[in-house]
Design a protein around this ligand. Structure first.
Ligand code: GLA
Ligand code: ZN
Length: 661
């Protein structure tokens, strides 16, 4: 089942308009609309006085048009009366200033009033809608963790942090040891002395920062769980979902958050400019629950926060198919119509301001018809990956705190680099936590697995010894669970498995390229390293590549060790071509092949959904020019109904959906 629809804000529009909207939605092939997540003031105009009538009416009207409702709990925006009840309800930034009332997503979950009012509205809504057959499920809140919301530095949060630390460490002595508090005399003698890491004269203690990141993630999870528990109890027949922002936002542990929901989803505002980032995010969301995911907000035109740039024809269809190709089973567009009121007036909807269907509506309606035709073919299919990328939130948080290089401020750089190479080679990827069951993957990649504990190291070691192939990259194994540097040679707990030690490392100035020569057995090419170089000393491994210049000229830049029935590579340098060349070799050694054979150069993307005895191939042209692709199989174009083989041409921003025969 593919859900298709939009996010709709009936509270912004006169009632007389609703019927027309419902008709247009039906004509576009919609079967699901999201309602209510921004409507708290309309649902509870004053404390404990609820008004469901308008929402009942629109839910019923849509239902008459064959459209189900996904109801949002409205706790991401609260009416002004919440501030009357608690003047300290809004969050406090890192610099200690409190956010003003306004905008959305700016409440502190440590406010007892906010928690209590959230609990009550969710309970009241659940009571009212639990048995409504038009409501298939709930979106809990909206984009947890967005805009710094997950990290509030107020005094209440600080006290909660102190309690959390007490539960974690038991004694101050244990905490002082874990954090290395002797440095700079930070030897706390009372739990109440411990700060939330607000802005100070320089960097905070790394142990404190990593625990703060963990605490903040837990704190949001706890608030999410409170809502989920209510809904599970009162509305057991309806499903629960949530819409996070793109996977590259790191303030929450998305694996753990996803456990709370039946299906997890995300809001896609990146596909048009950065299709590779959207692809990564789609794969991450499919991986969190190892099942299909939803796109709950799909951009369908200009974004209000970016320069007012319209999307080219075909871009909305293309972005939607990209999601489906990676395993999305729902595409909801944000928003149905461009608003006449509010701060997002210039955020494009499917309908323009005047409400008259234009080219975006036409594109969305045509896509709706296509999806109806594809429904049967897609049923029971999902991408299937033989390559896994290890994703450790603790490592991301710790790397973010100590980037060592302006270009590494975004800790996803390490994953992005590897992911991009695999995407270009049409290799599907799953993301896995460091302690995941890795059986079934032919190749596991640990990009910068910075914080490494014994369980993760043992898991990776077992995997390789049983016949798996591992690639670990720069900065792996440098930190323990308390964000202290390990007292053994890097890559720490993996040095034995990888058979290598890191003698030294350096970040490289922007634009500084270091030539690296790859050994003949590994392809024998030369490719430059950039951003980061480590001098490797093979202990029990063979060198795979050596620096051919620069500070570490002549030393190893990458190594390979046969271990047990498998093998492990350590890559101590960054660089796109270097990574791509070595990955090509590793894929061959590990026996990984793309699920179908297609010759096509990025920005043509190839993604495949498999299952129920079928392989559905999506060819996605992310460029504004026509592009060729050569199919190494015979197939059937599921949209045109024609047989295809050999070279096909993709229109600008065009998509082909081909069943491999
Ligand atoms: C977010 C929110 C929406 C809207 C859009 C567009 O993702 O969830 O309510 O604000 O962005 O700005
Ligand atoms: Zn707070």
């Amino acid at each position: 089942m593919i859900y298709y629809g939009a996010d709709y804000y009936p509270e912004e529009w006169p009632r007389e308009r609703w019927a027309r909207d419902a008709e247009l939605m039906q004509e576009a092939g919609f079967n699901l609309v999201r309602l209510g997540e921004l409507a708290w003031s309309r649902l509870e105009p004053e404390p404990d006085r609820y008004d469901w009538a308008w929402l009942d009416d629109i839910v019923a009207l849509l239902h008459e048009h064959g459209i189900a409702t996904l109801l949002g709990t409205p706790t991401t925006v609260a009416p002004p009366w919440i501030v009357d009840l608690d003047p300290e309800v809004t969050l406090v930034w890192e610099d200690g200033t409190r956010s003003s009332y306004g905008y959305w997503s700016n409440y502190c979950v440590s406010s007892p009033v906010f928690r209590e009012r959230s609990r009550r509205i969710v309970e009241a809504m659940a009571h009212h809608y639990a048995d409504n057959p038009a409501v298939i499920g709930w979106q809990v809140d909206n984009e947890f963790g967005v805009m710094g919301r997950a990290r509030c530095y107020c005094d209440r949060c600080r006290e909660a942090f102190q309690r959390w630390l007490r539960a974690r460490y038991g004694t101050l002595e244990a905490l002082r040891t874990a954090w290395g508090a002797t440095f700079w005399s930070h030897e706390y003698t009372d739990w109440a002395q411990i700060p939330a890491p607000r802005r100070t004269t320089g960097p905070h203690n790394p142990g404190l920062l990593l625990d703060w990141a963990r605490f903040c993630s837990d704190r949001t999870l706890e608030f999410a769980r409170m809502q989920c528990d209510i809904l599970r109890t009162l509305a057991p027949r309806q499903l629960l979902t949530h819409n996070l922002l793109a996977a590259q936002f790191t303030h929450l542990d998305n694996y753990r958050l996803s456990e709370l929901f039946d299906v997890i989803g995300w809001d896609n505002y990146v596909a048009a400019e950065h299709p590779e980032a959207a692809a990564l995010s789609h794969d991450a969301f499919r991986s969190y629950k190892r099942r299909s995911f939803w796109v709950l907000e799909q951009q369908c035109g200009a974004k209000f926060w970016a320069p007012y740039a319209a999307l080219p024809r075909g871009a909305v269809r293309l972005a939607s198919y990209q999601g489906i190709a990676h395993g999305a089973d729902a595409i909801l567009f944000f928003r149905w119509r461009s608003g006449l009121i509010g701060a997002e007036q210039y955020h494009a909807g499917i309908l323009p301001h005047d409400g008259r269907p234009g080219r975006t509506y036409e594109e969305v309606r045509n896509l709706g018809q296509e999806l109806i035709r594809l429904r049967a073919a897609l049923a029971g299919t999902l991408p299937r990956a033989e390559v896994a990328l290890v994703l450790s939130y603790e490592s991301l948080w710790a790397l973010e705190q100590q980037p060592h290089h302006a270009a590494l401020g975004d800790p996803w750089r390490y994953h992005d680099g590897v992911y991009r190479c695999l995407l270009e080679q049409h290799i599907p990827v799953d993301f896995v936590p460091p302690v995941a069951d890795l059986t079934g993957y032919r190749l596991v990649i640990a990009p910068a697995l910075f914080v490494l504990d014994a369980r993760a190291a043992e898991n990776l070691t077992r995997y390789v010894e049983a016949g798996g192939t591992l690639l670990a990259t720069v900065r792996t194994g440098q930190k323990d669970a308390h964000n202290r540097v390990v007292d053994v040679p890097f890559p720490g707990l993996l040095a034995g498995l990888l058979g290598v030690t890191v003698r030294e490392f350096t970040s490289c100035p922007a634009g500084d390229l270091t030539p690296v020569a790859i050994a003949p057995a590994w392809g024998g090419e030369e490719a430059p390293a950039d951003t980061w170089c480590e001098w490797l000393e093979p202990v029990e491994a063979e060198p795979v590549a050596r620096y051919a210049g620069g500070l570490y000229a002549g030393e190893a830049a990458a190594t390979w060790r046969q271990a047990g029935r498998g093998g492990a590579m350590y890559l101590g340098a960054m660089g796109h071509a270097l990574t791509a060349r070595l990955l090509e070799q590793l894929l061959v050694r590990a026996g990984v092949r793309p699920p179908v054979e297609v010759e096509a150069a990025w920005p043509v993307e190839v993604a495949v959904r498999e299952g129920a005895g079928r392989r559905i191939v999506f060819l996605l042209n992310h460029s504004g020019e026509a592009r060729p692709a050569r199919l190494g199989f015979r197939g059937r174009d599921l949209l045109q109904g024609a047989d295809v083989a050999g070279t096909v041409e993709l229109a600008p921003f065009g998509v082909l959906v081909v069943e491999a025969l």
